[in-house]
Design a protein around this ligand. Structure first.
Ligand SMILES: Nc1ncnc2c1ncn2[C@@H]1O[C@H](COP(=O)(O)OP(=O)(O)OP(=O)(O)O)[C@@H](O)[C@H]1O
Ligand SMILES: [Mg+2]
Length: 352
């Protein structure tokens, strides 16, 4: 795979003082200085007008979108996108109007997870209309705007930040109860830009894994949230224990060899069914990180191979098995988030 710089077709030119995009005057067509100046002035006025419109729309987002939640993690691959999509779907299942913004512009995978691959977005009257996923979740992702998804895109800094501003200011979200924002790994430019441009952020949800080192990663994210003056709604532990089930003699002891050679015993019920949880990636990193860092613990999601399949098939676990263990775990997490938002005297997310 070659690493080319790819022309990304954004709906509008990015307007930034230090933008690396220059306006070409056209070769071979000589125009009078007077005419060129007039055209440049015209284009500057158009850009200024668009900027003003964007600023007005961004200001309106505060009223139009009741809650804005950022999903972050200190390191990659811990399940941010899975969690962001799951939170959006779980809230939408409860009847809320939800948007999902995929800020991971170098490796956007939310569309795939939401079954929205190969979608074309509508652009009308200077606004980008999000795609609609399951339960009406409105989705916007850079993946929709990249022509060849197999070609890695190298974004030069200002273009990336300009694109994020467009995502925030030029998308026709309509009225939403909640907007969930998914980020690339780490605490870098993207969340900083979003925090500077998206008004009224309720807080960040930090995703982590059960290992002890989770504490270090979570601490980074929590410190970052402090830097951008955004509350931490809590920590989610992903890829917690893997549940296995079996059948044996009724009321008998079953011995298993768990991870690291540790033996696990469980007793089957009157019908011979037994189940136990294997802590594949150790245990409790999320909870101890939350306790040590004095932030709420929102809950854990099981290690579920169906999540990996769902990511490939475009059917999120919550859609494939709405009453399954993973969907229920998401319900608990979403209830904890909505409870903490309700405590903050914002009754709009109250689910009755
Ligand atoms: N609870 C889980 N059980 C099993 N597999 C999971 C679970 N959560 C996520 N995965 C798998 O782990 C991989 C990484 O998940 P995901 O893409 O959500 O992580 P991410 O933090 O968004 O990654 P990146 O940092 O690259 O954006 C995916 O293949 C996903 O299917
Ligand atoms: Mg991701």
């Amino acid at each position: 795979m070659s690493w080319d710089i790819v022309e990304v077709q954004l709906p509008f030119p990015i307007v930034m003082g230090d933008s690396p995009i220059s306006h070409h005057k056209g070769s071979g067509q000589e125009k009078s200085t007077q005419e060129t100046a007039t055209n440049e002035q015209k284009s500057q006025m158009e850009q200024a007008y668009r900027e003003m419109q964007r600023k007005m729309r961004i200001a309106k987002l505060n009223d139009d979108i009741k809650h804005k939640i950022l999903v972050l993690s200190g390191k990659g691959g811990v399940g941010k996108s899975t969690v962001a999509a799951g939170l959006a779907l779980s809230l939408a299942r409860k009847g809320l109007k939800v948007g999902l913004m995929d800020i991971d512009i170098t490796g956007p995978n939310i569309p795939k997870m939401m079954g929205l691959e190969d979608m074309d977005l509508n652009v009308e009257d200077g606004q980008i209309f999000p795609a609609k996923g399951p339960h009406g979740v409105k989705v916007i992702s850079m993946a929709f705007l990249i022509e060849d998804p197999d070609k890695p895109v190298i974004w030069r800094g200002p273009i990336k930040l300009g694109a994020i501003q467009q995502f925030i200011g030029d998308v026709a979200w309509g009225k939403l109860d909640a907007l969930i924002v998914d980020f690339p790994p780490g605490t870098s430019d993207e969340p900083l830009t979003v925090s500077q441009h998206l008004p009224g952020i309720d807080g960040v949800v930090i995703v982590t894994t059960p290992q002890e080192v989770a504490l270090l990663d979570s601490r980074k994210s929590i410190n970052f949230a402090k830097t951008i003056s955004v509350p931490v709604l809590g920590v989610v532990e992903n890829m917690s224990g893997y549940r296995i089930r079996g059948k044996s003699e009724p009321n008998s002891k079953v011995s298993l060899m768990g991870p690291e050679g540790i033996s696990i015993d469980c007793i089957s019920d009157g019908e011979g069914n037994w189940s136990t949880t294997l802590d594949i990636f150790k245990k409790g990193g999320g909870l101890s990180a939350a306790e040590e860092l004095s932030v709420p613990y929102l809950g854990s999601l099981p290690f579920d191979p169906g999540i990996v399949r769902g990511g490939d098939d475009g059917v999120h676990r919550i859609i494939a098995e709405p009453e399954g263990e993973t969907a229920q775990a998401f319900n608990v997490i979403v209830d904890n988030i909505t409870n903490s938002l309700n405590e903050d005297a914002t009754p709009s997310l109250k689910i009755t």
